[in-house]
Structures are given as C-alpha cells and as structure tokens.
Design a protein around this ligand. Structure first.
Ligand code: FES
Ligand SMILES: [Fe+2]
Length: 309
C-alpha cells in the first residue's frame, strides 16, 4: 500500500473485534491479515495465507494459542513459527513454513500495528483523556478513499461553515484565521477568536475539543489505497453514572454519524483518492494544517527511502 509511514503505530481496529477463541480476518495497511488471541489473551497478527497451500487461516481455529489452518491443521504460534504438521508428526518442520507476522499492541481499546521492519520502539500515542468515558458512543464506517483524504478533511477548518452549516459548523464563520502548532508527531490547530481545537497524533488519530467536557476522537484505519475504516468515539467527563453515560454516548454517536455523512458526501468525490502536496492541488492559507500533515509524512517517508539507498 502507498503512503504508509514507516516506524510508527497505526490504529487498525477496535480490540473488541477479536474474540477470545477464534481467528478473524481483516484487510489493513494493504495486507490481508489474520488476528487471534493466544491462551493469555495476547493478540497476534500475520498474513492470512497458509504457507502450506494457501488456505485462509482466518477460516480455521485457535488451538493451544496457535492459529490452526482449516485445510490440513498446521498450527502457527504468535511469533509465526509452524509448530505442528499433523500429517508428519515425527519429521522436522521446514523453516519455509514460517508465517509473516505483524507486530501489534492493544491500548485504549484499539489494536495498533507497527509499520517498521524491526522491533517496535515506543508505545502508541494517545490523547490525555483520564477521567473521561466513551461509553455508548463507538461506531465505525468505511469510506472509499485513501486514509490521507480522511485526515485532510478532519484538519480542514474552512469547510465547516459550508459542509456542516446545519450541524457543527453553524456558528463557524466562512472567513477563518487558522492557527497552527506542530510538535513532533502532534499537529494542533484552532481558529483565532473561536473556542475548540483540533489535534492530530500522526499518523492516523484525531481529536476535536468540542467543549471543556467533550472530545470527539477518530481513528482512520487504512484498509488499502482506496478504502479507510473510520472508528469514532465521543469522550465526556460530565455524566459518569452507568447507563446515563451510555445514553449520552448514544446521542453523541447519532450526532457524529450525521456529521461524518456530511463529510463523506464531499470527500468521496475528491480525485485522486489519496492526498498529497505534489499532485497539483492549490493550497491556501487555511490549508496550513493539512500541509503540515503532508510535510510530516513526506519527511519520514523520504528519510526511510534515503536510508534504504
Ligand atoms: S493449506 Fe494450510 S495446512 Fe494445508
Ligand atoms: Fe467535516
């Protein structure tokens, strides 16, 4: 898949999508993956293709913590090693039967995948939301665009007045003086004279400070070059009574669905399907946060390309 930034954690799905005792299939980062949990509940991910004769491992089972192929029941441990070939239990197992794995972690209710070739460094970045709850607010949708178009859209202050004039953009003026602060992997922006702040933790996590007590958070999971799954949550720290927090979460969920649909109508018409600085689009001053995101991405991608020479 194009445009994946190396050596970073990407949020790729919700933890709850992988049950305790069965493998699941997901296409993410341009790869068909199988994800499963071992006996300790630790998550593992690998290519969803059996090295023996190509069956999908996600159609199999989990036995003794190993993903087990539905065809001839070869087993694979979390580190990718083939541990059992039932047709020849007494013979040594070929190293060619090793599965290609992907380093994954679970944090903040999300599964994160490491995009580097070596061992992961550091932990997934997240926003400081201690004391907040997202009960009842989660949902996800899929858009037919590259994830960079979704990130761009969420860094775009100038569209609020036009695309969201019936919802979150009702009180945002057409004229916007966009301010920007870039710190490492974090991009913050706001409009001079308006409350609210948009923060992106590169490569694919976003937060809108809607009020002192409410934060909308989105993760943009790349499926492939033309598809992105968007995971949405609303965090709030005002209502903590169990049940009541979920009702508020449900209302936020419904509202966010409407807002995302308004975005989808426009973003899914953009061509090409991915965004970037060098494809003939004419940026204006209000696009500075979008330009900052692409510069961050280009710097890391080119550094990787230079290192590979
Ligand atoms: S194809 Fe998977 S064990 Fe044979
Ligand atoms: Fe929008």
């Amino acid at each position: 898949m194009d445009d994946i930034v190396p050596d970073r954690w990407y949020a790729i799905l919700e933890s709850t999508e992988v049950p305790a005792n069965a493998p699941v299939a997901r296409r993410r980062l341009g790869r068909d993956l199988v994800l499963w949990r071992d006996g300790q509940g630790t998550l593992h991910a690998a290519d969803d293709r059996c090295p023996h004769r190509g069956a999908a491992l996600s159609a199999g089972t989990v036995e003794d913590g190993c993903v087990t192929c539905p065809f001839h029941a070869f087993r694979f441990a979390g580190d990718g090693r083939c541990t059992s070939v039932p047709a020849h239990p007494d013979q040594p197992i070929s190293r060619q039967l090793h599965l290609r794995t992907l380093a994954v972690r679970e944090a903040h209710g999300l599964v994160w995948a490491w995009t580097g070739a070596g061992e992961p460094t550091g932990e997934p970045l997240f926003f400081g939301l201690d004391g907040f709850t997202d009960a009842g607010s989660r949902f996800d949708v899929e858009w037919p665009v590259h994830y960079t178009r979704v990130v761009e859209n969420q860094l775009d202050w100038a569209h609020l007045h036009f695309v969201h004039h019936t919802t979150i953009g009702r009180f945002v003026p057409a004229e916007v003086d966009v301010q920007l602060e870039v710190t490492g992997d974090r991009i913050d922006s706001w409009i001079e004279g308006q409350s609210g702040r948009i923060s992106v933790l590169c490569p694919n996590l976003w937060m809108l400070e809607m009020s002192a007590h409410t934060r909308a958070v989105l993760a943009f999971a790349p499926i492939d070059d033309g598809r992105t799954r968007i995971y949405s949550r609303t965090y709030q720290d005002r209502v903590r009574v169990p049940g009541a927090d979920a009702v508020l979460g449900l209302l936020n969920r419904l509202a966010n669905r409407v807002v995302l649909r308004q975005d989808e109508r426009v973003v899914c018409t953009q061509r090409p399907l991915h965004g970037g600085l060098h494809q003939g689009e004419v940026y204006v001053r209000s696009d500075r946060p979008i330009a900052a995101f692409h510069r961050w991405r280009d710097t890391l991608r080119h550094r990787d390309a230079a290192a590979a020479k």
